[in-house]
Design a protein around this ligand. Structure first.
Ligand code: G3P
Ligand code: MG
Length: 243
């Protein structure tokens, strides 16, 4: 699997409102060849991009994301909270996100980020849709999640697509879990890792991706440990520093 060195995190979250189409465009303009986005469902089961379970931080509304229909979500402002220049930016649908990545020639990491209790449903619906949109002659999306139920469902719905085993504090049985999920890659929190732990992951034969690395010196350090690529809110900073 050809993996990138720099992956725009939530698009380019330092420069544009995270998980929106404009954020993906900015990441591409800054030189990222891949982006990572967080995928969850509206109340009526439409896959959208949003990190939090609640609307409060990244829209002009409040309350749980899963209480709003797609039509209701589309009326919200998902840009003005970040900067007035982005006012009017809409909550992104997964479908248009995939179309945009295809148009821009970007690779994509779909992080399934289900609202509570909706892991299998979210992975099932989102990945069935993605399978219908993503052409077979393009390298497939990389699917990751902190939720093992979401990853098990991914194995069933898109068996040919690579799965990223995503961890924050790694559990004692991380290697067995990665095996059980058929993981192709391991995605780790850069701040919790050392040269030693990265070597342990790599000893399983899997490439490692590390999040979220915005400081070029920190990026160079983890890449020096054998990490293949980093998720960053600022592709520009890492590109400029020739990371
Ligand atoms: O997928 C890498 C990273 O995005 C995981 O953490 O909370 O930023 O989605 P989070
Ligand atoms: Mg994420």
């Amino acid at each position: 699997m050809a993996l990138p060195r720099i992956i725009g995190h939530r698009g380019a979250a330092k420069h544009a409102p995270e998980n929106t189409l404009v954020s993906i465009r900015v990441a591409a303009a800054q030189g990222a060849s891949w982006v990572e986005v967080d995928v969850k469902l509206s109340a009526d089961g439409v896959p959208i991009l949003m990190h939090d379970d609640r609307l409060d931080r990244t829209t002009d509304a409040k309350g749980p994301v899963s209480a709003r229909s797609f039509e209701e979500l589309r009326k919200l402002d998902a840009g003005g909270w970040f900067h007035p220049a982005f006012k009017g930016e809409r909550v992104a649908a997964l479908s248009e996100t995939l179309e945009l990545c295809l148009e821009l020639g970007l690779g994509i990491n779909l992080e399934i980020k289900p609202c509570p209790g909706r892991a299998e449903e979210t992975a099932g619906i989102a990945l069935s849709m993605a399978l219908g949109i993503w052409p077979q002659d393009r390298p497939p999306p990389l699917v990751s999640s902190f939720d093992p139920l979401a990853l098990s469902m991914a194995r069933q719905v898109v068996p040919a697509w690579p799965i990223g085993y995503l961890v924050d504090r790694r559990p004692a049985d991380w290697a067995a879990q990665a095996d059980a999920l058929g993981a192709a890659t391991i995605h780790v929190n850069a701040r919790r890792e050392t040269a030693q732990t990265i070597a342990e992951y790599r000893a399983t034969g899997r490439p490692v991706l590390a999040y979220t690395v915005n400081n070029p010196a920190a990026a160079k350090e983890v890449l020096g440990w054998g990490v293949t690529g980093v998720f960053t809110d600022t592709p520009e900073a890492l590109v400029k520093a020739r990371v």
